[in-house]
Design a binder for this molecule. Structure first.
Ligand code: GDP
Length: 143
């Protein structure tokens, strides 16, 4: 294991998982240098989705986001590579696929600003919290 590697959390969201895009998204991320350290398939409950996105609870789209994230199974993954958090944000592209750079996961696979195929942690601190949310007890690296 490379000592400069770090961990981050991705979720193939219900739009992409339900329409059979998980395999292509994982292949894309592996091609971008990430390794899947742990993965699961989970249909979030409303309390789980509300807790995961608690930072957005005052936003006008919160209820809609919770509806979407509980609409079907999703695929949380613990991903590892050098500089994992910023590199995954770069690989997935902007929140709105209309603004995502060509070749990013969201440009390729997202349907809309809400149904945007994939989640990625936005800071190392949030990566720690989000990895613990799904993979408490999994061996991992800090930072
Ligand atoms: P991210 O870090 O790029 O995923 O974006 P945010 O943390 O800002 O938002 C979390 C998630 O909420 C996004 O990935 C979208 O699924 C959804 N979202 C963000 N902005 C909007 C919006 O303006 N409208 C709706 N309906 N959903 C949004």
């Amino acid at each position: 294991m490379n000592k400069n590697e770090t961990d981050t959390l991705a979720i193939v969201k219900p739009d992409a998982f339900g329409s059979g895009k998980a395999g292509r998204i994982i292949a894309h991320l592996e091609g971008a240098g990430f390794r899947v350290v742990a993965a699961t398939v989970k249909h979030l409950t409303r309390p789980e989705a509300q807790a995961f996105y608690a930072v957005h609870r005052e936003r006008p789209f919160f209820d809609s986001l919770v509806d979407f994230m509980t609409s079907g199974p999703c695929m949380p993954m613990l991903l590892r590579r050098e500089n994992a958090v910023p590199e995954l944000r770069r690989a997935i592209g902007a929140t709105d696929p209309a603004e995502a750079e060509d070749g990013t996961v969201r440009a390729l696979y997202a349907e809309s600003k809400e149904r945007n195929a994939i989640h990625a942690s936005d800071s190392p601190e949030n990566a720690e919290i989000e990895i613990s949310f799904f993979f408490a007890g999994t061996d991992r690296l800090s930072g």
